[in-house]
Every structure is written in C-alpha cells, then in structure tokens.
Design a protein around this ligand. Structure first.
Ligand code: SF4
Length: 352
C-alpha cells in the first residue's frame, strides 16, 4: 500500500503513516544506561532533524534509564528488544513510546501476549522488525536453508497474526537486510500485502562511502514508488551522519523541506578555483541554515552559468581572482573568491 493509504500509528507526539511525511530515525550507539551520554547524543541529533530515536534495551538498567532519558529529550523513543519479553514490559512501563520486537528471537506466544497487554494498557505501538540475519531457523530450514523475500514475508506474516488475533493493530513493519535488492523486493511485497506503515532501511550497510550508496540503491526506488513511512540509513559512522543522510536522500526525492541542494562541479582543466574545498565550506555554512535553497559553485564560466542556471544563487569562477555571481540564471555582479560565503550570507538575509 502506498504511503498515503497506510494506517496512522501514533508514537508519542508524532504520527507515522497516512499522509504524514517520512519520519527520520536513528539509533544511539551508547549503552542506554549511560543516561547523560545518551541524552547528549540524542539532543545533537534532534538539532540535526532526528524525529524518532531507538535505544537498545539489554537489561533492567537500560529499561529503567528510559524514564530519565525521556525527561530530557523532545522526540519519541523506541525501545529495541531482543530475546526477553520482560525487558519490553519494563521499557513500556518506563515510558518508551514504541517498542521494536524481532520475530526471530521472541517467539513464545504467551510472552508476546503479555507484551501486547502492556502495550494496550499504555497505548504503545510495536514495530515488528524482521531482519534477514535472524529469521527463525525452523522457517529457514523449511525453505531449504535460503533466506529470501518469501521467507522474510512468511516470518512477518506468522508474527502479525499473533498480534491481530489479540486485536492489536498498532503495528509498524520492517524487513531489513544488508542486501539492498533483497530489502527492496521484500518491502515492495510487504507494501502490496499490508496496510501497516513501513519503516524502511538497509541494515548494516557499512561506513558512509559504501553505506550511502547501498542504502540509496535499496531505499530510493521504494520512496519513489511511495513506499516507506519512516526511514533509517544504518551506517558504521556516528549516528548524526545517519540523520544527515536521511535528510539528503529525502531532499533529493522532494520529500523533505528546509534543506539545501548544492550543485558543484567536479573540476577539470578549465577550473579556476578549488571547488572541492569551496563546496565543502558552502555545505557547512548551509547545514546550519535549515532553508530550502539551491546553490551552485562552478570552476569556470564556460559551462558554469549554464549548468548552474537552476540555482537560486550561483558562483562561477572567471579566473582565480574574480567570481561571477548569478541569481536564478541572471548575472548580478562579481566578487573576490574569498567573498563567496559573505555574498551567500547577504543573499540569504535578503530572502529569509
Ligand atoms: S564547470 Fe567548468 S571547471 Fe567545472 S567541470 Fe565544468 S567545464 Fe570544468
């Protein structure tokens, strides 16, 4: 089911699903019981645009810490539970806004029922997070040892039935794999079958250089087809990079407001400036602005003006000491290369 037609699920002070925008998620990489450090990390990510944070709950101390963390953050918190249903109940009682269960390692129906009861009592939704690496071995064996789309869907379907049999429908579904094509196909099939909102992500996608590409391969086609209500780009990098990556991907797909688009040339023999350095400087400046704007920076005027004409404002280097400034394709003047940020700032001050 496409994004707009999915069920709406309330998670703390936000709603996932229906016509709501795609919600950006990440996960803390610090032990949850280390409250101050976790809060600091979450607050940094909040500033960057994070809308939903997940934390691991490995023991009683982690579950108890949720209450203290929640007092100091402003976005809903998801408790990530594996193996022990009692931790799910503790996390819910401690104030978790949503819990994530893994069908591969929490299977006892009686235990799941107790979690469902706690969720009903506290109006907490559940994310069923199927992970290709932890599918029930019995199901994998029945499938000839193969982990494929069908087995991921089978695992999900079996689990959903437990919740639906208990008339619990506040579900968000996820079917992640580190294989982007498997992930893509699994979500496509799930979207045809279920009306629950989908949390999309390619899991364990490695560090930025590799993970961004792998995640885009799996997630961009889904988002373009209107699939996916929340997103995480999992990286072996600081979690704040995951938030930036989500914003950038959503922005490129016209699914995010208040973010910049930077057009910068790769440089060639005609280049009159170090665009590699300057484009990073401009990017750093724009990150803090939280505004929808397209900025171009080009090494020469031969192609620069033409290729950057869609930009709100652009800079193209005539020579190492003179840079042409153009606004929506029209030349408005020149400046010294050292004054690019200053002129960009002047322009933003005029339009904000
Ligand atoms: S804009 Fe100019 S310098 Fe940059 S790649 Fe194109 S031709 Fe080369």
């Amino acid at each position: 089911m496409i994004r707009e037609n999915t069920r709406k699920i309330k998670v703390g002070n936000i709603t996932i699903g229906g016509s709501n925008h795609v919600v950006i998620q990440s996960m803390c990489n610090i032990k949850t019981a280390k409250v101050s450090q976790v809060v600091k990390q979450i607050l940094q990510m909040e500033k960057e645009g994070l809308e939903l944070i997940r934390v691991s709950v490995l023991d009683f101390n982690d579950a108890k810490a949720i209450k203290k963390i929640k007092e100091r953050i402003h976005i809903p918190l998801v408790a990530d539970i594996h193996y022990d249903y009692r931790l799910a109940i503790m996390a819910i009682e401690s104030g978790a806004d949503k819990i994530r269960l893994n069908p591969g390692n929490l299977k006892d129906e009686n235990q799941i029922t107790q979690v469902i009861d706690a969720c009903k009592k506290h109006q907490v939704p559940i994310r069923i997070g199927v992970n290709s690496g932890s599918i029930d071995p019995i199901l994998v064996n029945e499938n000839g040892g193969r982990v494929d789309v069908d087995i991921m869907l089978k695992s999900l379907d079996k689990y959903i039935k437990i919740f639906e049999n208990h008339k619990f429908y506040d579900l968000v579904l996820a079917l992640k794999s580190s294989d982007p094509i498997l992930t893509l196909n699994a979500y496509k099939k799930a979207s045809e079958k279920y009306s629950y909102p989908l949390h999309i992500g390619v899991t364990e996608s490695s560090f930025k250089d590799i993970g961004l590409i792998r995640s885009c391969v799996g997630l961009a086609p889904l988002l373009l087809e209107g699939i996916g209500n929340t997103i995480r780009i999992s990286l072996s990098d600081p979690p704040i990079e995951e938030v930036r990556a989500c914003k950038r991907l959503l922005n490129e797909l016209n699914l995010y407001d208040n973010y910049y688009t930077l057009i910068s040339c790769p440089m060639c023999g005609r280049s009159n400036a170090n665009i590699m350095k300057l484009s990073r400087k401009i990017s750093q400046y724009l990150e803090s602005k939280k505004i929808k704007i397209t900025v171009a920076v080009m090494g020469c005027v031969v192609n620069g003006l033409g290729e950057g004409k869609h930009a709100d404002i652009g800079f193209a280097f005539n020579n190492p000491t003179i840079c042409t400034i153009f606004v929506k394709g029209q030349v408005i003047g020149t400046c010294h290369p050292d004054q690019v940020i200053e002129n960009l700032d002047k322009y933003l001050n005029r339009i904000i």
